[in-house]
Design a protein around this ligand. Structure first.
Ligand code: ATP
Length: 297
């Protein structure tokens, strides 16, 4: 089911085009990452689809044509930290927000458990770490059990532990079947959390696709043994090898389609070669990202 379709959405601030003719399509269940450096138009895009920024031109459609007012009730968003009362506890703050959102307070404990704040629910907000505050923001967005969650740079400013916690939490929320739309300038974050993504640069979409597809398997494997000089000609004679290169004291074997690291291992074993290293290579989003930027230069 279509969650969001964006058609030629554009935002100009005077001479600056912050978002330029953007087309996007987001389906139910996707964790969709809008990836781009600072100033590439991510926040402006989220602002427009939440109707807090007026588009210059173009359009968007939530849930196959639902009215925007109705659609908003199906979206939990954290574009900025909600205003929590510093002298109230997590439970009290969520109760106030539930009251404002008219969504009942029964689920609060469950949500506090989900965001791992249940133990600290009776502590005052002002005693919380930044990571805990961010998790409470997520809890507030989840209160009305919205099918769609929208996040802007969800791990900004957090330490590595806080980053890992928030990422795990987002993945857990996605596993419940919710659609998540998030802006991030962190490749690593998009690679770890998202199923699909687009790349924005200066408001222009350079690429769109599935994270899995772009990363895929390179079908190459790093191998080494005690004696690389004898390993090289032996492995070269394996029928599954397309190409083999030396690389930092190891060999990089590029395999023909239908062959895998397991076949290389079996071949070496049959030849009486003990491999010290057998590491299937996978691509990183960083390499692919740089490639895409280069192609669009
Ligand atoms: P960041 O991660 O730094 O927030 P971003 O990708 O979210 O970056 P935007 O905040 O959407 O990017 O900004 C896109 C461009 O639009 C930037 O050049 C920014 O300076 C400009 N911009 C954003 N809001 C305004 C505004 N209210 N008035 C003028 N220019 C703006």
């Amino acid at each position: 089911m279509s969650v969001l379709r964006i058609n030629k959405l554009t935002k100009k601030y005077g001479k600056l085009t912050a978002v330029d003719q953007l087309d996007l399509s987001i389906e139910q269940g996707q964790v969709y990452g809008i990836l781009g450096p600072n100033g590439s138009g991510k926040t402006t895009t989220l602002g427009m689809i939440l109707e807090v920024v007026a588009p210059t031109s173009g359009s968007f459609e939530w849930f196959g044509g639902m009215s925007n007012v109705e659609a908003r009730q199906n979206i939990g968003s954290i574009l900025e930290t909600p205003c929590f009362y510093s002298y109230l506890t997590a439970s009290q703050n969520l109760r106030i927000i539930a009251h404002i959102k008219k969504c009942g307070t029964d689920g609060i404990d469950k949500i506090l458990k989900q965001v791992n704040l249940y133990e600290r629910r009776n502590d005052k907000f002002k005693t919380y770490s930044l990571g805990m505050k961010q998790r409470l923001s997520l809890a507030a967005a989840l209160l009305s059990d919205p099918p769609v969650l929208m996040l802007d740079e969800p791990t900004n400013g957090l330490d590595p532990e806080g980053i890992a916690e928030v990422r795990e939490l987002i993945k857990g929320i996605a596993d419940q079947g919710k659609t998540i739309i998030m802006a991030s300038h962190l490749l690593d974050e998009v690679q770890k959390v998202c199923t699909d993504f687009c790349i924005l640069r200066k408001g222009v979409k350079l690429h769109e696709g599935s994270v899995h597809e772009i990363l895929g398997d390179t079908n190459s494997v790093e191998i080494s043994s005690e004696d690389i000089d004898t390993l090289l000609p032996s492995v070269e004679s394996f029928e599954g090898i397309e190409k083999i290169e030396r690389s930092n004291g190891s060999l990089m074997a590029f395999l023909k389609e239908g062959y895998s690291a397991k076949d290389v291992n079996a071949f070496c074993f049959d030849k009486g070669i003990t491999l010290q290293r057998l590491i299937p290579q996978s691509k990183s989003l960083e390499q692919e990202f740089l490639k895409i930027l280069k192609e669009n230069d």
